[in-house]
Design a protein around this ligand. Structure first.
Ligand SMILES: Cc1cc2nc3c(=O)[nH]c(=O)nc-3n(C[C@H](O)[C@H](O)[C@H](O)COP(=O)(O)OP(=O)(O)OC[C@H]3O[C@@H](n4cnc5c(N)ncnc54)[C@H](O)[C@@H]3O)c2cc1C
Length: 470
């Protein structure tokens, strides 16, 4: 029996899309770099079906590309014409909310926003939150170890996963849907799958931590004169405020560009840095007094030049609209978006050096910086005159070479996929890469899971004889 026939007979016709039934959306994630449609798309609706699909494909040595909500920005979910895409879109739903344990058990294909709403209806906060919440899926968030705007308070996705179920390449279901925080019983297999971008297994279910639901938030927009003052303000906020839930820094060029695009004006003058500080409030607490005391102390210490406290949700949304840069994609349609991290103390110097190097190479280009500085995470927006692939490669090289020099990571939250794969060695040493390859070979000996993603092709090492050892 051919592979497709076998898949159709095991999973049912409706689960296996081929030919014209494969929609164009299965071609690419949000990086828009995928050009090819896969050989087939599998849409299993049960864990058992995922397991059957993998065991059949493994026997046929057929490559599989897992697809979640396709909001990834690293090309990790893009198939080639020879791959089969396995979409988790039908493996969706919240299985259980355990109020005593404060956990949610959820299927991988559940859109993040659906899971967030279910948590809120039960009186909890699901702490994972990103701008793509309407489309990205819990499985994709886990596979990319997604970050987002609340990391400073709740950690990255990895910190919010208590239990995990994943199917490995031969179809074995590894189910460890633990609800406990403390579980020191040998290797923590769940961590292998978190952030592995579909190269080690397919995430099918997870147990996520839930947190108390804030009843409101205090939000301020602060104008600052230097990066050092931004770091000092962060440390002051963490001492003086009870629950800092966001600390977002925008360099002048980013803030001014986006505020102008949105037609918003907040301060009379332009300042080198603008920061959003947010604090979660609980139990009807108003908190403005504590927040005002903090801002007053920051003014007195000379850390901030000016500050606005949002008086309404609308005002807070306006602060965030600038940070989220909702109009920038339209204004700069072929922009390059970088997502890097490095020790917080070096970010100010990095920005100066990187900005100067990029503008020297591309005079007149748009280059701007913003980031979740409390998490050491910096984003860079670059738009060159023609936005060509050649420009992208040159920009990658300038940026990632500098990231390496500053002991940073070439991917803070978006993952590696294909787009950063060839620079992985800038952030990981050869010993780490060798162990990663051994783990990959142990879990997926036939190399069927998301081949070509994350790990660069192994460097051909000289043979023992060539090294004079044999
Ligand atoms: C507007 C916007 C805002 C964003 N903001 C953020 C942000 O703040 N922080 C952040 O970290 N990212 C952000 N992203 C990037 C993206 O949303 C995240 O990487 C997200 O976690 C991807 O989830 P997804 O379901 O769309 O996965 P996909 O894009 O479908 O896949 C991503 C990777 O995970 C693999 N994968 C997907 N599902 C599974 C599964 N069930 N099992 C195994 N592997 C799987 C895929 O093969 C691929 O390698 C943003 C993207 C957009 C478009």
């Amino acid at each position: 029996m051919t592979l497709i026939k076998e898949l159709k007979s095991a999973l049912g016709e409706e689960t296996v899309l081929t030919g014209d039934r494969i929609g164009g959306r299965y071609r690419s994630d949000e990086s828009h770099t995928g050009r090819e449609l896969p050989l087939a798309v599998l849409r299993p609706a049960t864990v058992e079906a995922v397991s059957k699909a993998l065991s059949i494909c493994d026997r046929h040595r057929q490559s599989i590309v897992p697809q979640g909500g396709l909001t990834g920005l690293a090309g990790g979910a893009n198939p080639r014409t020879t791959d089969i895409a396995l979409s988790l879109e039908r493996l969706s739903g919240v299985e259980e909310i355990d109020s005593a344990a404060a956990t949610m058990t959820v299927y991988a294909g559940t859109p993040l926003e659906v899971a967030q709403r279910a948590a809120e209806e039960a009186g909890f906060l699901l702490p994972i939150d990103l701008g793509s919440r309407g489309s990205c899926q819990i499985g994709g968030n886990i596979a990319t170890n997604a970050g987002g705007i609340r990391v400073i308070r709740h950690g990255v996705t990895r910190d919010n996963v208590l239990g995990l179920e994943a199917v490995i390449a031969d179809g074995t279901v590894l189910c460890s849907l633990s609800k406990v925080l403390k579980n020191n019983t040998g290797y923590d297999l769940r961590q292998l799958f978190i952030g592995s971008e579909g190269t080690l297994g397919i995430v099918t279910r997870a147990v996520l931590k839930l947190k108390p639901l804030p009843t409101s938030r205090s939000t301020a927009l602060c104008a600052l004169g230097s990066y050092d003052n931004a770091v000092a303000l962060l440390r002051m906020a963490q001492v003086m405020l009870a629950n800092v839930s966001a600390f977002e820094v925008m360099w002048e060029s980013y803030f001014r560009f986006n505020a102008d695009l949105l037609g918003l004006k907040f301060f009379e003058a332009d300042f080198p840095f603008t920061v959003i500080v947010e604090e979660d409030l609980f139990g009807g607490e108003q908190g403005t007094e504590r927040f005002e005391t903090f801002l007053g102390a920051a003014l007195e210490a000379g850390l901030i030049e000016d500050a606005l406290i949002a008086q309404s949700e609308k005002e807070a949304r306006n602060f965030w609209a600038v940070r989220e840069g909702s109009a920038i994609d339209k204004a700069l349609p072929s922009l390059f978006n970088f997502d890097i991290s490095m020790p917080i103390g070096g970010i100010g110097d990095f920005v100066e050096e990187c900005g100067a190097a990029l503008l020297a190479r591309f005079p007149g280009a748009h280059v701007s910086f913003f980031g979740h500085i409390g998490d050491s995470n910096l984003h860079i927006i670059v738009a060159t005159a023609d936005g060509s692939e050649e420009d992208l490669h040159a920009t990658d090289k300038i940026t990632y070479d500098l990231v390496r020099r500053y002991s940073g990571s070439i991917s803070a939250e978006h993952g590696v996929g294909t787009l950063k794969r060839d620079y992985l060695g800038h952030s990981r040493n050869p010993e780490e890469l060798a162990v990663m390859r051994r783990i990959k070979a142990a879990l997926d000996p036939n190399g069927i899971l998301n081949p070509g993603k994350v790990l660069p092709p192994a460097t051909v090492l000289p043979s023992p004889r060539a090294r004079g050892e044999g």
